[in-house]
Design a protein around this ligand. Structure first.
Ligand SMILES: [Zn+2]
Length: 184
């Protein structure tokens, strides 16, 4: 895998191609907690890196597919990303003073970096996370957990007889405790 770290001192004035492969190990590491543990991820970023004065522009295309958990049944759901990638970087010390707090569309494409290195890994991670829907689905008509297993309603459970204590119906397994309380 080509390095995801851009060393700005190594950049010439000509745009450079940077082809990155996102392999299953990368997905497992970067999307820990989001990534479906049983599934792999694959992707690539075909990028062009240009130095513009002290700033660095990274443009290109990001495509990937990776598994997450279905929001209804927790089975595997696939997320597909296929979109342009545009990001500008400037050194933290050069960051413009933001006059108002409202973020413009342009701000979303600006990042700062410290020192002489830009690590693309967290940026790519962020782009992939943005592509994950609020409720990912394993299939459009997923019926959720009820479609996979019958969950008994505890109120319909006849094996446990309710007893009345202090005017309240309670589970008899609490009865001994309730008696202790009421006879004190
Ligand atoms: Zn599902």
């Amino acid at each position: 895998m080509a390095s995801m770290i851009i060393d700005i001192n190594q950049l010439s004035d000509d745009p450079e191609d940077l082809d990155l492969t996102l392999d299953p190990a990368w997905f497992a590491r970067e999307l820990d907690g989001v990534h479906h543990a049983e599934g792999e991820g694959q992707g690539e970023a075909k990028l062009q890196v240009s130095k513009l004065g002290g700033k660095v522009q990274v443009t290109g295309h990001l495509s990937a597919h990776f598994p997450v958990s279905c929001g209804r049944c927790l089975e595997m759901a696939e997320v597909t990303v296929d979109e342009p990638f545009v990001m500008f970087f400037e050194q933290a010390a050069d960051r413009r003073v933001v006059q108002d707090l409202e973020l413009t569309a342009e701000d979303l494409h600006w990042r700062t970096f410290e020192g002489v290195e830009i690590d693309l890994s967290p940026i790519l991670r962020e782009q992939l996370l943005l592509a994950v829907p609020m409720t990912p689905l394993c299939r459009p008509d997923c019926e959720g957990l009820t479609g996979h297993l019958e969950r008994p309603d505890p109120d319909d459970d006849d094996s446990v007889e309710r007893v009345e204590v202090d005017g309240k119906l309670i589970d008899p397994r609490w009865n001994a405790l309730a008696k202790l309380k009421t006879t004190r």
